[in-house]
Design a protein. Structure first.
Length: 233
C-alpha cells in the first residue's frame, strides 16, 4: 500500500515505519505534530522540530502541524494533517503508527483512520518490549535518550545511546521500579540519529542538559546537528 507514517523522530515511530517499508509498503508522507503542551497525551515533544531533518535524511516529504496540545482537541489537528496528506496523494490507503501498549493512542489513531477509510498498521502492537528494543539495535538503529522522568533514571541517562548494555540496565530498572522498558508510560523519550531508512546519518554538534533535582527529571535539548552522507563515513 501507499501509506502515511505518524512520525515523532523517536524510536517507536521510526521503527514502525521501517517495518512497514520492509513489508513492502510505500511511505508517501511523514506526519509530525508539534505540540505546545509538553505533557501531551498523544504526541512526543522533545526535539520534535528536528523531525524535519530526519525526514530529509530519509528523503520522504513531511507534513508538520502545530497543536496547542489540549486533550482530545489535539486529535482534530492530527486529523487535519492526515487529511492534507490524503488530499495530496489519493493513492494513500493506510497509516502506520508506533503504538506498543497505549490503547489510548492506538484507538484514537484507529478512529481517524476509519474516518478516511484507510487501514491502520501497528507493527509494534503488544510485542515484547525487550525484544523490540534489541531488534532495533540489531537492525542498525542508533537511538539517543533525550528526556527522562521516572525513578531509577538519573541525569546520566540524558544523551545515552541505547545499546545492549542500556537494554540490560532498563530490564533491571523494570524489575526494580516497574518502568516500561520501551517507555510507554513516558519514562523516557528518544531521538533516532541513524537507521536503515536514513540516507544520511545525524550527528549532534551541540546539546544542553536541563535537569531538575527536585523533580528528578530532565531533558536533552539538541541545539545543533549536521547530516552526513553515509558514503562519506
Amino acid at each position: 500500500m501507499d501509506i502515511i507514517a505518524l512520525f515523532s523522530g523517536g524510536k517507536d515511530s521510526t521503527y514502525a515505519s521501517y517495518l512497514a517499508k520492509k513489508q513492502g509498503h510505500n511511505i508517501k508522507y511523514l506526519v509530525s505534530i508539534i505540540s505546545e503542551n509538553p505533557d501531551s497525551y498523544m504526541f512526543h515533544t522533545p526535539n520534535i522540530l528536528l523531525a524535519e531533518k530526519q525526514a530529509e535524511a530519509m528523503n520522504i516529504p513531511i507534513i508538520l502541524k502545530s497543536t496547542k496540545g489540549e486533550k482530545e482537541k489535539e486529535l482534530l489537528d492530527l486529523e487535519s494533517a492526515i487529511g492534507l496528506a490524503i488530499k495530496r496523494n489519493h493513492s494513500i490507503s493506510g497509516i502506520v503508527c508506533g503504538a506498543v501498549a497505549s490503547e489510548y493512542q492506538r484507538s484514537r489513531v484507529a478512529a481517524i483512520a476509519g474516518k478516511f477509510s484507510i487501514a491502520l498498521l501497528s507493527p509494534l502492537w503488544h510485542k515484547d518490549p525487550e525484544k523490540l528494543l534489541t531488534d532495533m539495535i540489531t537492525a542498525g538503529f542508533k537511538i539517543i535518550i533525550t528526556s527522562v522522568s521516572a525513578q531509577g533514571l538519573d541525569k546520566s541517562w540524558l544523551g545515552r545511546i541505547i545499546d545492549k548494555r542500556a537494554v540490560k540496565d532498563l530490564v533491571i530498572l523494570n524489575k526494580e521500579y516497574g518502568i516500561h522498558i520501551l517507555a510507554e508510560g513516558g519514562e523516557y523519550e528518544t531521538f533516532v540519529l541513524d537507521c536503515p531508512l536514513f540516507n544520511k546519518r545525524i550527528e549532534i554538534e551541540k546539546a544542553e542538559k536541563h535537569w531538575d533535582d527536585k523533580l528528578g527529571c530532565g531533558r536533552l535539548e539538541i541545539k545543533k546537528i549536521r547530516t552526513v552522507r553515509k558514503a562519506d563515513t
